[in-house]
Design a protein around this ligand. Structure first.
Ligand SMILES: Cc1cc2nc3c(=O)[nH]c(=O)nc-3n(C[C@H](O)[C@H](O)[C@H](O)COP(=O)(O)OP(=O)(O)OC[C@H]3O[C@@H](n4cnc5c(N)ncnc54)[C@H](O)[C@@H]3O)c2cc1C
Length: 462
């Protein structure tokens, strides 16, 4: 929205830092910088007009409690801090690595993940088959998915994966439209859930219960669904001898296995939907000509090392939708070192390393871009603290060479015609969404499309 520089920015003594990505890791890094003894000025860039990354666009809409972490994250933008939000600015397109290195003493990459891991089976490209990321982005109102549609008109759907994202997707499919109406999903998404005809969701885990990555709190929620029974074949809750020992030694695994065993024994209550939790089953082919018409799954057997081997025993599930929740994945950022094997930015305690393992001076990384898609929101706090600690140690050594001045960055964006959104612009969007929510007795109603977000950021009356 290109206003003149409202927030005062100073060059000189103040350490000038650019943070790329306004998700939890980027904003925890800002907090760590502000809490240090160093005078600091920070610009936080995000390719979206809205901050908070996956807290806004990943955490399931029925988990509003988790989203309250936003209250902690937004504090850095208070007027007394020299911190600016520059949303709708894409690193690598609107602003380059060279631009940032020219205007700041240090750059912290906190861009998270931008892609989905694939299943790698035939038929995966058919309409009706998608990565969980696309579906999650759609129900969370991410602008990238604003024009997507996910008709939920088939009776059976499959979700592939054994982590919390797979549980989120399954839960959203299993909940009633009244339950979804209590969340912040965009109106269009709510309309789709009102027309959700799915009766059976097959949650497919390649390995056994002792290998699943579910956390007990998230898993427990499945058993409390008012709208869906859980169906488990006790024969699939297989533990090898090695598993038995691991489960006995690990509190989280113990809780998971106990819950699953309890549900396997529980009589069905005749709820409108059923979640079939299947273990030791992998999709091997998605069927259909013009759209998904089924999925062939192979039964696996567990090997001693925790890996699995297909048994050659197949079954066809009559599903019309397949969601692959097998992992979010980072993509390379233009000109920034990237390790394709781990899909992360190579680093040493947050210091970006080039391909020869040498430190790129003044460049740092945090969050999922640094360690891959693991851990909860809070994990990013310590992660960001480590990165900021490295940054401050390096720059304390080079204090006398500080020479950067970030005042010119907004001018540069304006010259390039970049319609950036500042913090006041984001607050206009926030107010609008909250008011929409109040009118419908909902926590907020998200505006998913980018042009509307930009229009609101420019004009919405406060
Ligand atoms: C579906 C899902 C549900 C989850 N639910 C929970 C939960 O309930 N509880 C919990 O504790 N954790 C949850 N997590 C984990 C949590 O969201 C992550 O730990 C956290 O968001 C990672 O933070 P990040 O800042 O590294 O990445 P992100 O949150 O992804 O933030 C990255 C930011 O960088 C921006 N960006 C990317 N590329 C560019 C670019 N080129 N230029 C400018 N900006 C860019 C993005 O727009 C984004 O705002 C969930 C994760 C997922 C995927």
């Amino acid at each position: 929205m290109c206003p003149s520089d409202a927030t005062s920015t100073q060059g000189g003594d103040r350490l000038q830092v650019a943070v790329v990505g306004a998700g939890p890791s980027g904003l925890y890094a800002v907090r760590a910088l502000l809490e240090s003894t160093v005078e600091v000025g920070v610009d936080v860039f995000d390719r979206l007009p809205a901050p908070y990354g996956l807290v806004r666009y990943g955490v399931a809409p029925d988990n509003q409690k988790m989203k309250s972490v936003i209250r902690v994250l937004h504090g850095s933008f208070d007027e007394d801090n020299d911190v600016r939000f520059l949303g709708n600015v894409t690193f690598g397109e609107d602003i380059t690595r060279d631009d940032l290195r020219a205007h700041y003493d240090a750059v912290i990459y906190a861009t998270g993940t931008q892609g989905d891991r694939k299943l790698g089976v035939a038929g995966e490209e058919l309409p009706g088959s998608s990565g969980a990321r696309e579906f999650v982005s759609w129900y969370c109102g991410h602008p990238d998915a604003a024009s997507r549609d996910f008709p939920l008109r088939c009776r059976h759907a499959a979700v592939v994966g054994a982590g919390n994202v797979a549980l989120d997707v399954t839960r959203m499919l299993a909940k009633s439209s009244e339950e979804i109406a209590g969340t912040d999903v965009p109106d269009r998404v709510l309309d789709t859930f009102r027309d959700n005809r799915i009766t059976d969701i097959h949650l497919l885990s390649r390995r056994g219960p002792a290998q699943a990555k579910f956390t007990p709190v998230e898993l427990r929620e499945m058993g409390e669904l008012v709208n869906a029974d859980i169906v488990i074949d006790p024969g699939e809750l297989v533990l090898t001898e090695d598993d038995e020992q691991r489960v006995a030694a690990d509190r989280q695994l113990r809780k998971n296995v106990a819950l699953l065993r309890e549900w396997a024994e529980r009589p069905l209550e005749g709820k409108p939907r059923r979640v079939h939790m299947r273990f030791l089953h992998s999709p091997v082919r998605i069927l259909g000509e013009n759209e998904v018409a089924g999925v062939v799954v192979e039964r696996n057997e567990l090997l001693d090392d925790g890996k699995v081997r297909g048994t050659g025993e197949y079954e066809t599930l009559d599903v019309g939708l397949v969601f692959a929740a097998v992992g979010y994945q980072a993509l390379p950022l233009p000109d920034v070192p990237f390790d394709h094997d781990t899909a992360t930015v190579p680093h040493d305690a947050g210091r970006v390393l080039d391909s020869s393992g040498t430190q790129e001076p003044g460049e740092y990384v945090t969050g999922w871009a640094k360690r891959g898609p693991s851990g909860v929101i809070g994990t990013n706090k310590n992660d960001a603290a480590e990165t900021v600690n490295s940054l401050l140690t390096d720059l304390a050594d080079r204090a006398s060479t500080r020479r950067h001045d970030r005042t010119g960055i907004t001018r540069l964006l304006e010259q390039r015609g970049v319609d950036y959104v500042d913090w006041a612009g984001w607050l206009r969007v926030d107010t609008h969404e909250t008011r929409l929510g109040e009118a419908q007795n909902r926590p907020r109603v998200k505006v998913p499309d980018q042009p509307s977000l930009l229009e609101l950021a420019r004009r919405y009356p406060q």
